[in-house]
Design a protein around this ligand. Structure first.
Ligand SMILES: Nc1ncnc2c1ncn2[C@@H]1O[C@H](COP(=O)(O)OP(=O)(O)OP(=O)(O)O)[C@@H](O)[C@H]1O
Length: 285
């Protein structure tokens, strides 16, 4: 994978309200609310798989401690964008990133960024629950041990399970295999594993799509709770889910373009783009 860490970028700061307004080489999506001190910032981000361009000139600022939903039809690049944030696309040989992706104003594609350290700060939860074939305790402790964060391990494991709304259900069986839990519990275990190292951002790629309605509802409640402490970015196919749990919504449309980004209520009640309105109202996609 290659990346251009030195994209063109101009930033001006409005002194009146402290909000940043930016002009870049690419177009901002419609809507584009002023985000003060964004945690994640994409500037003219292009992603290619071989010769195929999956994302075109993405400009997006993600606010702190809110839930941002990424929605759009299949193949529009939602997962690609999510994976570019913590460099999971590095694991795909033919993936190539151009443009800038900042985490707290540091370009994550700079040469001095260690992707493993980055993923501690920007954790990820996948569509299909993927616990390790280990005990519940060891699933959560795994990342902490690898990172040498094993002082007060019991306390950290308990805290992570509690934050993932799983502790009550498993506290008497921490030595049992994580694989013996239900699908919904396994997904909450994966969330506990992701938050144990105390990240700032949690990326979620359709975390409830493999779950039944009750388990889905628990994950949705949990996502809203997590946003009190973490910045959550969630890909979902389920528009009702995006409307229920997110504060901001980014709409990607076919061809890998980010068309509109705004407060979730605005996107669902009165979007700027006719194409977004057609998508939201089910006319395509
Ligand atoms: N590993 C890969 N190798 C080659 N092309 C890929 C790869 N992953 C994704 N793509 C292509 O990139 C484009 C965007 O895919 P991506 O999975 O990011 O879309 P998506 O919006 O998340 O789709 P879905 O909602 O179906 O999961 C698609 O054309 C897809 O075929």
């Amino acid at each position: 994978m290659t990346a251009n860490g030195g994209g063109q970028r101009t930033v001006s700061t409005s002194e009146s309200d402290g909000a940043r307004t930016e002009s870049t080489t690419g177009d901002a999506p419609l809507g584009s609310p002023d985000i003060v001190d964004p945690v994640i910032e994409a500037r003219d981000l292009d992603v290619y798989y071989g010769d195929d361009q999956a994302l075109h000139g993405i400009n997006l600022e993600i606010p702190e401690e809110q839930v941002t939903a990424l929605i759009g039809p299949s193949g529009c690049g939602k997962s690609t964008f999510l994976r570019s944030i913590n460099r999971m696309n590095d694991l795909i040989d033919i993936a190539r990133v151009e443009g800038d992706l900042f985490f707290r104003e540091k370009n994550v594609y700079d040469e001095d960024v260690d992707p493993v350290a980055l993923r501690r700060k920007i954790g990820m939860v996948f569509q299909k629950p993927n616990p390790f074939p280990k005990s519940i305790y060891d699933n959560v402790a795994y990342g902490l041990r690898v990172q040498g964060q094993d002082e007060n391990l019991d306390e950290k494991v308990h805290t992570a399970l509690e934050r993932a709304a799983l502790l009550e259900e498993v506290e008497d069986q921490l030595d049992s295999s994580g694989l013996d839990l239900s699908g919904g519990q396994q997904q909450r275990l994966c969330i506990a594993r992701a938050i144990a190292p105390d990240p700032e951002v949690i990326l979620m790629d359709e975390p409830a799509s493999a779950l039944d309605p009750v388990a889905t509802s628990k994950i949705e409640d949990l996502v809203e709770e997590l946003a009190e402490e973490y910045t959550v970015i969630i890909v979902t196919h389920n528009m009702q889910q995006a409307a229920r749990i997110s504060d901001k919504t980014a709409v990607f449309l076919t061809g890998g373009h980010l068309v509109e980004f705004d407060d979730t209520d605005k996107i669902f009640e009165n979007p700027e783009s006719d194409r977004v309105e057609d998508y939201i109202t089910g006319k395509f996609g």
